[in-house]
Design a binder for this molecule. Structure first.
Ligand SMILES: [Ca+2]
Ligand SMILES: [Ca+2]
Length: 345
């Protein structure tokens, strides 16, 4: 009986398999059509229907630039483990919110068939997903970027507090050598030095000599502009030399749009005497726009109230005059909203 079964299996195998041993359909009559069909290259699988959105980022988490990386040789402490967990979660959430905003822009650009924007947002998304690189600046993403950076700062500040708390606890515990507390504190200092506060110079920054400059679109007040540059490890640009001005003249003219950017400078202390914001004298006479500085005090609406203010803040402006675009300095109310230029040494 067993022998019979074996033979049946063998016969079935011989009948049912082709030259490569793969199972085949029952043979069809050899017609021209069938012969051609068998000779034809295999039909390529059809492309999957285009998905409604961009591909989701890979599941593994890419730590974005400008955030702390936990030192591997640091102290192992449950409280610090927990703090790092909280920090990582906060960074992840903030980054995911930014990514979602970028994806939204990407989809909107696709819907509007704006090819350039589609390409740009796709590149920004890839940079974020593959390199952890935040968009250096993008007018349409400014609020989302600012929110992300604030979230990073908050997370870093919470982490710093946890480190300090752990150091305090370790120092109080007589059973633990003080050197352990010092090592933890050292780790905190290292993080602060290499982390959030490090200069964040956009890769496409303008270079003049050893200095880098970047034009941000804001809009912010002059005081906020100072804070924004400081946050990036730089300072509000000091445009004092003709070659610096010439460079911005050239770059900003490309905007072909009325725009204003804060730079370092004020005459708040002494009307008409321009100094840097910290009071240092300004070395070069500035190329003012025609009719400026006028300390225009016509006033404007600020927070629902008509206010008259002195124009005590220094800005570089792109305007259209006599049918052509030009740039130059203007004095503005320091609470006015404008873009800004950061500088790094
Ligand atoms: Ca003034
Ligand atoms: Ca003015």
């Amino acid at each position: 009986m067993l022998r019979l079964f074996c033979c049946a299996v063998l016969v079935a195998a011989l009948v049912g398999t082709g030259p490569y041993g793969h199972a085949q359909r029952p043979s069809e009559p050899m017609t021209l059509d069938n012969a051609l069909r068998q000779a034809a290259p295999p039909v390529r699988p059809t492309a999957p229907p285009e998905s409604s959105g961009r591909k989701e980022p890979k599941s593994e988490y890419m730590r974005p630039s400008g955030t702390y990386v936990r030192p591997t040789d640091g102290s192992k402490d449950p409280e610090l483990d927990k703090a790092w967990g909280t920090y990582d979660a906060a960074i992840k959430t903030a980054t995911a919110a930014l990514r979602s905003k970028m994806n939204e822009k990407y989809m909107a650009a696709r819907t509007a068939a704006k090819i350039d924007d589609v390409t740009r947002y796709n590149e920004l998304l890839e940079d974020l997903d593959k390199k952890g690189k935040l968009p250096s600046d993008d007018k349409s993403l400014s609020p989302a970027l600012a929110a992300t950076r604030n979230a990073y700062d908050d997370a870093a500040s919470d982490l710093e507090k946890s480190y300090k708390a752990v150091v305090e606890r370790l120092l109080k515990d007589t059973a633990i050598d003080a050197s352990v507390a010092r090592a933890v504190d050292q780790e905190r200092v290292q993080l602060a030095a290499q982390g959030i506060a490090r200069p964040q110079i956009p890769p496409d920054a303008i270079k003049i000599g050893r200095h880098s400059y970047y034009v941000f679109f804001g809009p912010v007040t002059q005081e906020q502009a100072v804070a924004e540059c400081k946050k990036r490890g730089g300072y509000l640009a000091r445009i004092t030399e003709p070659k610096e001005f010439a460079m911005f003249h050239k770059k900003l003219l490309l905007l072909q749009n009325k725009s204003t950017f804060w730079v370092d400078g004020t005459d708040a202390a002494n009307e008409g005497t321009w100094t840097f914001l910290n009071g240092d004298p300004m070395p070069q006479p500035l190329p003012w726009l025609p009719g400026e500085p006028n300390n225009d005090t016509r006033g404007r609406w600020i927070d629902g109230n008509w206010r008259r203010q002195e124009q005590d803040g220094l800005a570089i402006q792109v305007i259209r005059a006599d049918g052509a675009w030009t740039t130059g300095m203007d004095d503005l109310e320091q609470t006015a909203q404008a873009g800004f230029i950061c500088e790094w040494e």
